[in-house]
Design a protein around this ligand. Sequence first.
Ligand SMILES: O=C(O)CCC(=O)C(=O)O
Ligand SMILES: [Fe+2]
Length: 310
Amino acid sequence: MASKVPVIVFSEESTGPRTKSWMRACDEIVQALEHHGCFIAEYEGFRPELRDPIFGVAKELFDLPHETKVRSPDSSYSKGYIPHYPGTPLLEGLNFDGAEKLDACEKFTALMWPSGNARFCKAAYSYASAIAKLEKLVTRMVFEGYGAGKYCDSHTESTAYVLRFLKYKKPGEDGGNAYQIAHTDKTFLSILHQNNVRGLEVMTKDGEWVTFEPSPSSFMVMAGDACMGWSNGRIKACYHKVDVQEERLVRYSVGFFSYNTGKIEIPKELIDQDHPQQFKSFSHLDFLRFYHKIDGHTKLQSQIKVYCGV
Ligand SMILES: O=C(O)CCC(=O)C(=O)O
Ligand SMILES: [Fe+2]
């Protein structure tokens, strides 16, 4: 996969703002997102104490009784609890907003474990706050890579995050074998991490599906529909799916999703003769509302052009 989807190393050196290696990394990220809609982040700052507990607590969360899991509240961005739907019988998910903030983690933990679960709270908060840092860094690098850095602070100030835990039962269990059907995310950026069971596949520019290989410090960073709109269509939302082949293994993954709570303006730096304006400014939340009203399979294709294309 490394030859197909670029791997970008986030080290202290490459992420020190305005060094030569920073500018090079900004450029690499923009190139990767324009060509593939995604890249693999090798995140050196993601220490073992952040990563080791996350899949253990994911298991604990899914082991809770159904009537507890459904307490996870829906939000403007996502459903709280994703049950085993008939079309995706092996998949189950739980989302919660604002996990990068300790109070939101405490609230969610208390909802799931009224008598407390400090281990879950600490693991979710440490994970989400570390990945929020990565998301902010990538966003800044994308903005600066396009010479639109001056808009980054206001974008970041109006960014909300959702942490999603996903569990995929073993292939064949309960008579099902459907996982995540191919789709684009409705996010600005999505950052995905998985346990040692492969399953995530992304479509490259040449229409080929490539499998993301699990590794404790690797993250798949993908552009969502909102990033495609913001970039005036220069970045394509990443088309991806999940297909678990490894028998007898349960797959857990953790997604970290960013959404803009305000209006997304298309920077004038991204519009020129070679790139005429393709998108109108839009509210990310209104786009989500529009998307939720769409029925059927068209939902799986990127809808941003339909929503606010010029
Ligand atoms: O489980 C994964 O790796 C992918 C999850 C995904 O595509 C999603 O939640 O939108
Ligand atoms: Fe997705």
